[in-house]
Design a protein around this ligand. Structure first.
Ligand SMILES: Nc1nc2c(ncn2[C@@H]2O[C@H](COP(=O)(O)OP(=O)(O)OP(=O)(O)O)[C@@H](O)[C@H]2O)c(=O)[nH]1
Length: 317
């Protein structure tokens, strides 16, 4: 696999399963941050295409994950969580999420059932009134709540916006996900598939590699640092011995953050690098030599070039 290849997987190696017409289409996953959109996407695609962490705002740009179910190719768009934006990057993420919704054939609103409908979830329901595609409500994390609470949530959400259907799922256990896939496969319009059968994401490998390191950074470091950082893959060199040398830069905003990213005696960066290298070797199925560099770039959050790298539009103000 090379740096510009898209991710393929065994999950999608089968073609259409019967002689009937094929279906295909785009399904946007929207919801508040931390609702479990990336976890659900990975579950439905059957492989890791979007990074997950318990911290909010992990997903920054739209990640497409492609699943084949029955005779349908379902292209999921995992959008950044929708929340009240403060920084320029926040605004770009929220704009990108709504843009993704407007480009889709179907919209899945994912709600964290444990958290319920308040704050950002209420604002999204309000925003959905302006969106005209068919909408489906997905109550996630049902492994954490009582059935009667789910019925109350269903009623509240449907009072605000008429949903075509409501599904109750756990992205973690997979409960309810099969029914959701059956429904989507049937509901998407008839038409040819958009992507080759074995493709499971449209994210180039060098970008996924940066995302994997960013996930390890999120998991390892606390407080504000993950939000003030950004990872880019700078070099990708296939070596004759079958291994690959990858160089990545972690951009932070201040010197003090660089110290945190490096950790005492370089402990933090070593742990991040080891975890990322391990996962990349598994995905690429080849040995990986990973080199991480931490650079201070004060205003990366206002630099149009960084936004382009992330696949986000640069908001003018
Ligand atoms: N118990 C439980 N936890 C879940 C479930 N789905 C997701 N989670 C957890 O919820 C947290 C957030 O999951 P993500 O998939 O990163 O959420 P997200 O909506 O993509 O978040 P953003 O990137 O902030 O928009 C993680 O700690 C997940 O492990 C579920 O069905 N049950």
């Amino acid at each position: 696999m090379t740096e510009n290849d898209n991710i393929t997987g065994d999950e999608n190696e089968a073609g259409p399963t019967n002689a009937g017409p094929t279906h295909s289409g785009f399904v946007a996953l929207i919801g508040p941050t931390n609702a479990g959109k990336s976890t659900l996407l990975n579950r439905l695609v059957g492989a890791k295409v979007s990074i997950v962490s318990h911290k909010v705002q992990t997903t920054r740009a739209i990640v497409r994950g492609i699943a084949i179910h029955n005779n349908a190719q379902i292209v999921f768009m995992d959008t950044p969580g929708i929340f009240k934006p403060r920084r320029r990057l926040d605004r770009a993420m929220v704009t990108s999420a709504w843009g993704g919704a407007k480009d889709a054939d179907l919209i899945l609103l994912l709600i964290d059932s444990e958290r319920g409908i308040r704050g950002d979830a209420e604002a999204i329901l309000e925003g959905l009134k302006e969106v005209h595609q068919p909408k489906i409500l997905v109550l996630n994390k049902i492994d954490r709540v009582r059935h009667e609470d789910l019925l109350k949530l269903t009623a509240t959400a449907n009072e605000a916006v008429p949903f075509e259907r409501t599904f109750m799922v756990s992205a973690t256990t997979g409960s309810g996900c099969g029914d959701l896939m059956d429904y989507l496969a049937d509901k998407l319009p008839e038409g040819p598939w958009y992507y080759p059968e074995d493709q499971i994401s449209d994210l180039p490998m060098r970008q996924l590699a940066a995302e994997i390191t960013r996930e390890k950074l999120f998991l390892r470091l606390h407080q504000e640092l993950p939000y003030a950082s950004h990872v880019e893959t700078e070099k990708w060199e296939e070596r004759k011995d079958g291994s690959v040398r990858i160089e990545q830069v972690i951009y932070v905003e201040r010197d003090s953050q660089k110290k945190i990213a490096l950790g005492k005696n370089g402990d933090a960066i070593k742990a991040i690098s080891t975890a990322s290298r391990k996962e990349l070797s598994e995905i690429l199925e080849q040995p990986v030599h990973l080199f991480l560099f931490v650079k201070v770039r004060e205003n990366w959050g206002d630099d149009p070039e960084r936004f382009r790298e992330m696949g986000l539009e640069f908001p003018k103000s």
